[in-house]
Write a protein that binds this ligand. Structure first.
Ligand code: AMP
Ligand code: MG
Length: 362
């Protein structure tokens, strides 16, 4: 199959061909504000199956259904919790997905066999147009091969999906670069199943109630199974081994440089994910800046692109600084930890010796 690309030059570029493909039960990759999605008619089992086949995605990993209008949520939910309405008013269209009980119109192929369905209204003109012009609800996971970093540019989609899908809508680089926040509304207390741009605090402010974080997401060595099936898989991962290094900036630089030296002596090609402030401090084969340390939006936007660029450079091992930023740091670290398969080196300062102690500790 030849994969065609249509460049979205303006908000009125003709996308009739894409809408026709969706109506015919075929696949179309399209931009959203989070990452590129791989879309198909959400209410057709055969169309949903094609998504799993093209991605190589395990069939128990459900898809997110994209809508353009709140009534479309009501059309596929067994019931719509009051919280969904409040949250939709505040955050839709936007990077938030809600899980609600599904009704009989949604095939189990779309929900990975679950009785619940994940729904989101994307904040991207092309995505909304595709839903409206096709007249369909569109199931769309990220448009990468399963396990790879999510695509944030059409070129990433082509790299993973060339010859596997008929059409990619190219809307340029996405704005956010991390997948949506997923919020489960099927229990008494709403629970975040995947952290994202919309944070726990933002959700709590709007709902005026506590929002929990899935315990399966907390801590590197948690043995608990996350509730979102997709979160249990190794994910977002580059081909190279990725290792995170945490600690004070100067110590992290020293540690990474020592590790790089060792690896290079062993004949390995090395990469470092640095910040604008630290990029000149490293001596690896390839050093890339993810953005300024304080600019968490830039860090989020560049993460997956960098992982893909290191793969193109065929490095064997990537060392990354960690990014505990105030707002979306949790989402950034969640993705980085999964990409690294939870390989983290924590650099701790050696405890001060007795005669070095400060006065107040005596
Ligand atoms: P992706 O669109 O590739 O980012 O993946 C969608 C994510 O949503 C995966 O992690 C899924 O496991 C999760 N998801 C989708 N539907 C449900 C559901 N009904 N219950 C829990 N998690 C879901
Ligand atoms: Mg994905």
């Amino acid at each position: 199959m030849q994969t065609k690309i249509i460049k979205l030059e303006s908000e009125t570029t003709n996308i009739a061909e894409a809408a026709d493909l969706i109506r015919a039960g075929e696949l179309v990759a399209f931009p959203t504000e989070t990452v590129y999605g791989l879309g198909a008619d959400a209410l057709r089992a055969d169309a949903a199956r094609k998504i799993y086949a093209a991605k190589g995605r395990p069939s128990d990993n459900p898809l997110i259904v994209h809508i353009a209008d709140f009534a479309q949520l009501e059309a596929i939910a067994a019931n719509v919790p009051e919280e969904a309405k409040v949250l939709a008013d505040a955050f839709w269209p936007g990077p938030m997905t809600v899980i609600v009980p599904k009704n009989g119109r949604v095939p189990y192929e779309t929900t990975g066999g679950m009785d619940t369905v994940a729904v989101r209204m994307p904040n991207h003109p092309a995505a909304l147009r595709l839903i409206r012009e096709s007249g369909r609800l569109i199931a769309a996971p990220s448009a990468n091969r399963s396990g790879k970093p999510s695509p944030t540019e059409a070129a990433h989609v082509l790299c993973d999906m060339d010859g596997r899908i008929p059409l990619i809508l190219d809307g340029g680089a996405v704005g956010i670069g991390l997948e949506s926040t997923i919020l489960d509304l099927t229990e008494k207390t709403p629970m975040i199943l995947r952290p994202g741009y919309i944070t726990k605090e933002m959700l709590e402010d709007v709902l005026h109630m506590e929002v929990k974080l899935d315990p399966g997401l907390i801590g590197a060595d948690s043995q608990r199974r996350p509730k979102a099936p997709g979160m249990k898989y190794k994910h977002y991962a580059p081909d190279a081994e990725l290792i995170l290094v945490e600690g004070e900036s100067a110590d992290v630089v020293d540690t990474i440089n020592a590790l790089v030296r060792k690896m290079r002596e062993a004949g390995k090609k090395t990469g470092v994910i640095a910040t604008r402030e630290t990029r000149d401090c490293y001596r690896a084969d390839h050093v890339m800046s993810i953005g300024a340390r304080e600019d968490e939006d830039a860090i989020a936007r560049h993460l997956y692109k960098l992982l893909r660029e290191f793969d193109a450079l065929r490095v064997d091992v990537i060392y990354s600084e960690s990014f505990q930023t105030p707002r979306i740091g949790q989402a950034i670290m969640n993705r980085l930890m999964k990409a690294a398969g939870h390989q983290v080196i924590k650099v701790e300062k050696p405890p001060k010796r007795q005669n070095e102690r400060n006065d107040e500790t005596i």
